[in-house]
Structure formats: C-alpha cells, structure tokens
Design a protein around this ligand. Structure first.
Ligand code: AMP
Ligand code: GLY
Length: 445
C-alpha cells in the first residue's frame, strides 16, 4: 500500500537565489511536504506558502536547526557552502543532505583541479595551461595568439572568466588576475585555454556516487545584452528543453562526458553525490561528429536554468531527492511536462558591475499555474518588497512552444516593474526558427 498522503516532511534548502526559490517552490508542492525552510532565503521565499526563511548561515547552527526541527533532508543550492564542506559536516552529524563533499566540489571550486581531472580521465575539454607567474602567462599568450580565454582558478561568482578577443585584452586580464590581485585568492592561479566556438548547453544530472539521473536539458544566456553581446553575467535567462541537445547528442553527452566523470570520481576515491552541471560547448556539424567539450563543471544546479527545469517537473521531486540521498537513484524517474519553460531574468541597474539595491518593486505580475516569478535579489523591508542584489527576478512561463513560452514570459515581464530594471528581450532566440527570431513581437517589447 502506498503511504498515506499527509504533509509531514520538513525540508531545508540552503541558499538565497532564484535557483533556491524555484527548488523550494517545487518541493513545497509535494503532497508529503509540510514546510520548506530556506536559509537564508529572499523576499520571494519570505512570502510564499509553506516556505519559511530562517536567518542562519553558519554550518554548525544549520545542523543544530536540522536536528531540532527534525528536517527530513537538506538540499544545497550554491557552490560556496559546498566548497566550505557543508555536506561533510552534515554527514558527520548524521543529518541527511544532498550535495557533493568538499573534495568532490573541487570540480567547480578549482578550474585547475577540474582540467587535470578531465585530462586524466579522457573527458573532452579545451586545451589549456595553468600559471601562477605573470611573466610566463604573458609569454604563453603571445605564443598562442587571440582569441583566447583566461580563467581565475577559484570561485569568482561567474566573473572570473575573460574571453579575450585581442592580445591586449588577454594581457590586461593577466595583469588583473595575477598582478593587481583584484580576484584575491581565486586569481592567484590562472588557467589559460583555447577559445572554442559553437553553441553552449547546460547538462545537469543528479548523482548518488554511482547512479546518474539526467535532468531536462536547458540553455542559459550568459551575456548581458541581446544578441549575446556585452559582458558575461551569472545568466540572464534560460529555457528548457534545449533543442540543440537532440536524442543522439544526449546519448553522446552521457557516454563521452557524464559517465566518465562519475566513474572517474569514483575511481579517484571521491564518489560524486549531488547535482553535477556540465557546461558544454557543442561545435558545428552533424550530431554524430560535432565536437562536445566541457567548458566547466559546476557542483550544483544552474541559476537561472533551475527555474525553467523546476517548472517542468510533474512528479514529486522530494521522492527523487530522497532516493538520491539513499544511493538508489537507479529506481528514480522524473515525469516532465512536455511543454517548454522559459525564464527571463530582470536585473538591477548596473548589474553585473556593482548593482544598485533598494529600489521598490512597484509592480509584480501575479503567479499562475503557467507563470511564476522566482525571486533572487529581493528582500522585504518594512512590508515593502525591494531589490537587494544583481539578478532580482526570474519571470518563468510554460508554453506549448518556445515561442508561446517566450510571449507568456515577456507578457508577465511587461506587468512587472522596478526602477533601473534591465533584461534581455531575446531569451530563447537560438531555439526559435530563424524567421521568428528576428523582429519577433517579444524581441520588440
Ligand atoms: P565558465 O565559467 O568556465 O563556464 O565560463 C563562462 C563563460 O565563458 C562560458 O559560459 C562561455 O560563454 C565562455 N567560455 C568559457 N570558456 C570558453 C572557451 N574555452 N571558449 C569560448 N568561450 C568560453
Ligand atoms: N547559469 C550558469 C550557472 O549557474 O553557472
């Protein structure tokens, strides 16, 4: 007999972004879940039904909270607590948690570790060299020529990568990272790598150490401006599924990237548990022969990719996470909504530099079954919802086609407002037939 459907579980989500709001929103809809606590959460999670913010960030205090509240399990959103060893600490305290241990999180927290791992296990990635000495790095850049890509070794919140189109830009990036110290510890070592051309896709899977369950595919938009122009950001919008990942490519990605990664980590004695995100560059050509190369690994779900992915989950995601924590992902299955979900990020003035904060959000389109506004940089102050970070909202809508999802999302964007807002008008353009992508209604709005 299936267990009775009573809302008894309490869950804990760590983080405060749009990804965590979407995760908590999805989990709160489970018939088994009573309350999802989010630590520390944001203005959106503060107002949502069955979701409660807790103002704790210290790992020991979080363990104490989980123990006291009898939290069934904890899920970690961002990379920083993973790199700080939150999973190791929870496990040592006998608390259930989903995420990689600190050593495994190095796949994201050290570009050098990730590159060496990929070379060791034959996982395709751009050719590279690692430097700590600025003069050596400058010399290497002159030898290689431009375009070329410079990456700070450690975590730099998505801002540690410079895709240099000219030698001058490349040398300036080295001066910045190895000379000026503006990246602190993260920049004391740089990885310089070959520039890759193609289309990017986000391939996110769940791992329990041995078994792998792929999530739906997605595509992010890293650049600030329409047409993929302007500086790199944390991500300005995403949609799922990503048509570029055909069934044939899906199989190749599992075979050539994901399985060797999970097997390689197990062989290295660091079995990988948690979400694993491979940022891929997919080269031109027919699917059977196009180059698939790993740009980066993240040891967490993507933000904003999570928002459309969570909109598309129809089954009980708390069950999937429970099986993952129990090492039984081979028994798990996720039922996906066949529609497309598309999320448009509304960012604050000055993002991705030093974003302006404190602007009241004066209009907010109401959530419906087909459209949800996930919050990221918001907080409630004296009962007023205000901006509090760079990426403020992710307006996410479902539609029978990418076009319909796009129109629905931009319709809600038009009914939402805060001073200084900036957003791209072309989210989803790569997935639209060319005739629709240019001059479409949505991109003129
Ligand atoms: P990463 O944090 O390593 O994913 O880099 C951030 C962004 O920089 C990626 O999403 C790409 O758009 C771009 N990028 C990184 N590495 C390369 C590369 N080798 N060739 C071209 N673009 C890259
Ligand atoms: N959206 C890219 C990331 O989460 O790293």
């Amino acid at each position: 007999m299936p267990p009775p459907l009573i809302k008894i579980m309490k869950l804990l989500v760590i983080g405060s972004g749009g990804r965590e709001h979407a995760l908590a929103w999805r989990l709160a809809r489970s018939p088994r879940v009573q309350t999802v606590y989010v630590a520390p959460g944001n203005g959106g999670t503060a107002r949502a039904e069955q979701i409660r913010n807790i103002a704790i960030t210290d790992i020991d205090e979080l363990i104490e909270f989980a123990r006291k509240e009898k939290i069934a399990f904890t899920v970690v959103g961002p990379e920083a607590p993973l790199a700080a060893g939150i999973v190791d600490a929870f496990q040592a305290a006998g608390q259930k948690i989903f995420g990689p241990i600190r050593e495994a999180a190095q796949l994201e927290s050290s570009k050098d570790y990730a590159k060496a791992f990929m070379v060791r296990h034959g996982i395709p990635t751009a050719a590279y060299a690692t430097f700590t000495d600025a003069a050596d790095a400058h010399r290497y850049i002159d030898e290689q020529g431009a375009p070329i890509v410079i990456k700070a070794d450690g975590l730099a919140a998505g801002k540690g990568v410079v895709v240099a189109e000219t030698l001058e830009q490349a040398h300036a990036a080295i001066d910045d990272m190895l000379g000026g110290g503006s990246f602190g510890e993260a920049g004391a070592r740089v990885v310089i790598e070959e520039f890759l051309q193609g289309e990017e896709a986000s391939f996110i899977v769940m791992c329990d150490g041995h078994n792998v369950l792929p999530l739906a595919t997605s595509q992010d938009h890293k650049r600030l401006l329409d047409g993929d122009k302007g500086p790199n950001t944390g991500g300005m919008g995403a949609y799922s599924p990503a048509p570029v990942v055909s069934p044939a490519l899906h199989n190749r990605i599992m075979r050539e990237v994901i399985n060797p990664t999970v097997n390689g980590m197990a062989r290295d004695g660091v079995p990988y548990t948690g979400f694993l995100y491979a940022g891929l560059m997919i080269g031109p050509g027919p699917d059977a022969t196009r180059a698939i190369k790993v740009l980066e690994f993240n040891c967490r779900m993507g933000d904003p990719e999570t928002q459309p992915i969570m909109m598309r989950i129809k089954s009980d995601f708390s069950e999937t996470l429970e099986l993952a924590i129990a090492g039984r992902l081979n028994e798990a299955e996720i039922e996906w909504d066949r529609r497309t979900a598309l999320g448009v990020v509304m960012a604050a003035a000055n993002y991705p530099g030093t974003p302006r904060t404190g602007d009241p959000i004066t209009r907010l389109a109401p959530d419906t079954d087909e459209c949800v506004i996930f919050h990221a940089g918001t907080r409630v102050e004296d009962d007023v919802l205000k901006t509090s970070g760079g990426r403020v909202l992710c307006v996410t809508a479902l539609g029978d086609s990418i076009k319909r999802a796009q129109v629905a999302a931009y319709d809600a964007v038009a009914r939402t407002h805060f001073d200084g807002q900036q957003y791209r008008r072309d989210i989803g353009w790569r997935a639209l037939p060319q005739s629709e992508a240019a001059g479409s209604e949505a991109s003129r709005q």
